[in-house]
Design a protein around this ligand. Structure first.
Ligand SMILES: Nc1ncnc2c1ncn2[C@@H]1O[C@H](COP(=O)(O)OP(=O)(O)OP(=O)(O)O)[C@@H](O)[C@H]1O
Length: 366
């Protein structure tokens, strides 16, 4: 990538490389703003940048989604110029030595469910929810990377049908069981991946992760995921987490999730464990760090959380602690238009569902 893009953006650094392209930090010489520029080769088909443009245009002005400043083609590359955000949750997790407090994880859950609810309210599913898709800027958690998104509504108001053999979509570690079963994904699958992301942040690993990466093939992970019972993934942590996962796993393919219930459950955890230990929305300083934990040693991490009272940090040294307000779900705009989504979402009359092993036919539109 040349240092100057379209005579306007001065490339300063490579922020990271994804599966399909790279993200650079740059300065907009016209506005003097810091921006992030995502590029991919024009030969990539289907273009994930094209999809990102469509989604970001739909989400314009929504809280927690980066602004889309510009886009185009330059030197055989599709590019988009985005609002520059901070670190992603995976990087922040590493900065905190792979140890976040229960309140911190629940707080991330509150923000994640708000972003997912907004995306779904725009009739879009993400299909690749994972910690690295959430970036922090100021006190807000942003959702990024819309290259795998899909609209779950077609012909104006019909829900997409539940087809099979669709091919694997997502990231192995965080993918839903339906993604492994190659079943068409819907809103419930974004929520299942969110639960796995939070479990990873609580535990430092996931039970289907093997320290020997050659054992982490799609088929092996899929089998281990399917065989695991629900509570064991959140064992030793507040029951609200496993209740949310059980709720999400029980959702019908077509069903509009109760985002407010999930948000309120996270909020209950924060109320129980206290807001004062939430450090993640501030830049970590050396003395914020807790004892280093090996992220691959599941038992150590879990033991640490089991005897959890307060995070192992010297609170007198925390000057900038963010006391994050988590308001009631009823007052948040993301959860208000739920009725409208449900009403808009019809199922084609003759469609057959295969949920939970049962076979039944929808006779009426709902
Ligand atoms: N608007 C942004 N501002 C700052 N950094 C960003 C922005 N968007 C993405 N990034 C960072 O750029 C890096 C690459 O992101 P990208 O979404 O292309 O791939 P990824 O999520 O790392 O991988 P994959 O494509 O496999 O999911 C990540 O570190 C991400 O945090």
């Amino acid at each position: 990538m040349k240092n100057l893009l379209v005579n306007r953006y001065q490339i300063q650094e490579l922020i990271g490389k994804g599966t399909f392209g790279s993200v650079y930090g740059a300065i907009d010489l016209k506005s003097k703003k810091q921006v992030a520029i995502k590029v991919e080769n024009v030969s990539i088909s289907p273009s994930s940048i094209e999809k990102e443009i469509i989604v970001l245009k739909k989400l314009e002005g929504q809280e927690g989604f980066p602004k889309l400043y510009s886009y185009g083609i330059y030197n055989d590359h599709n590019y988009i110029v985005l609002e520059k955000l901070g670190k992603n949750i995976s990087q922040i997790f590493k900065d905190f030595s792979y140890c976040l407090s229960i309140s911190e994880v629940a707080y991330l859950g509150c923000q994640m469910i708000r972003r997912i609810a907004t995306l779904h309210a725009h009739e879009i599913i993400h299909r690749d929810v994972k910690p690295s898709q959430f970036l922090i800027k100021g006190k807000t958690l942003y959702m990024v990377d819309f290259g795998s998104c899909k609209s779950f509504i077609y012909a104006g108001s019909f829900h997409i049908p539940m087809t099979e053999d669709v091919g694997f979509i997502g990231t192995l570690m965080f993918a839903s069981r339906n993604a492994h079963a190659k079943i068409q994904l819907s809103r419930r699958d974004d929520l299942e991946s969110m639960c796995y992301s939070l479990a990873y942040l609580l535990r430092g690993n996931l039970p289907w992760m093997d320290s020997d990466s050659s054992n982490n093939t799609e088929s092996k992970i899929s089998l281990r995921k399917a065989m695991l019972s629900d509570p064991s993934i959140f064992e030793g942590f507040p029951t609200e987490f496993s209740q949310i996962l059980a709720y999400v796993k029980g959702l019908n393919f077509y069903y509009c999730p109760d985002y407010g219930f999930i948000y309120n459950s996270f909020k209950q955890i924060i109320d129980k464990f206290g807001k004062s230990s939430i450090r993640i929305l501030k830049k970590p300083k050396k003395n914020y760090r807790t004892k280093s934990l090996n992220p691959h040693k599941h038992s150590e991490n879990q033991k640490n959380h089991k005897k959890y009272t307060k995070p192992n940090i010297d609170t007198t040294k925390i000057i900038d602690t963010c006391i994050c307000p988590t308001v009631e779900s009823d007052t948040l705009p993301e959860f208000k238009n739920r009725k409208t989504i449900e009403n808009n979402c019809k199922i084609y009359k003759s469609e057959t569902l295969h949920d939970k092993g049962k076979k039944y036919t929808i006779t009426e539109e709902n």
